[in-house]
Design a protein around this ligand. Structure first.
Ligand SMILES: C[S@@+](CC[C@H](N)C(=O)[O-])C[C@H]1O[C@@H](n2cnc3c(N)ncnc32)[C@H](O)[C@@H]1O
Length: 191
């Protein structure tokens, strides 16, 4: 029996990701920049940016996958984010495959001030997480059988979280990939 292994797009639409990060760097009036990279992978994005930017960029790389090359903290980023003092970072980079709603909730809960850069992907088969559904006032257990109805609202639910936390401006690029997944790249500053 043949097995189809679908490759996850580690860095699809790389230019958009890089542009978002370069403009975040430009907007920070500092020469030395600390970045918390919560989905580090092979670190390709920041490796490129470090070469392209004139700023001194110090990365704290985090990834759950074992045996990646170079230095990184090998742990679930949710655990890391809960435990870490995030005040010292100028940028928190959330280059996720899925819906990193809980990570962003934690960042707000910790009263972080700084720039957050996000990749958010909603695939056709991915269900909307409990935390997202509950954030807009629904009882998860009651709506669970019909939770597919929340899928078209993913970006609205995320925008609602940002708005409730006084983020009134975001930079956004939205794509649909050739598997029908919606991909959002966005950044915002928490003042
Ligand atoms: C899109 S890739 C990141 C690409 C990377 N930003 C780059 O510049 O090359 C996503 C990475 O997130 C990691 N990851 C997925 N879930 C994670 C989690 N819960 N905690 C930490 N890392 C995670 C995966 O192992 C994968 O290496």
């Amino acid at each position: 029996m043949s097995k189809c292994v679908q490759q996850k797009p580690d860095n699809s639409f790389l230019d958009d990701k890089i542009n978002l990060r370069m403009s975040a760097l430009d907007a920070i009036d500092k020469q030395n920049i600390n970045v918390l990279d919560l989905f580090h992978g092979y670190g390709k994005i920041w490796e490129f940016i470090k070469k392209a930017s004139t700023k001194n960029i110090d990365i704290m790389p985090v990834d759950i996958k074992k045996n990646l090359p170079g230095f990184y903290v090998c742990v679930d980023n949710l655990r890391f984010l809960k435990a870490e003092n995030i005040e010292r970072y100028d940028i928190i980079d959330i280059d996720a495959y899925g819906l990193p709603f809980e990570l962003i909730e934690i960042i707000f809960r910790k009263k972080y001030r700084g720039c957050v850069i996000v990749t958010m992907i909603s695939s056709v088969l991915r269900s909307v997480p409990k935390s997202m559904i509950e954030s807009i006032g629904f009882n998860y257990d009651e709506v669970k059988p019909a939770k597919a109805i929340f899928s078209p609202l993913i970006f609205d639910i995320m925008s609602d979280l940002l708005y409730r936390n006084n983020v009134k401006k975001i930079k956004l690029v939205n794509h649909e990939n050739n598997h029908g997944s919606q991909i959002w790249y966005f950044s915002f500053v928490i003042e």
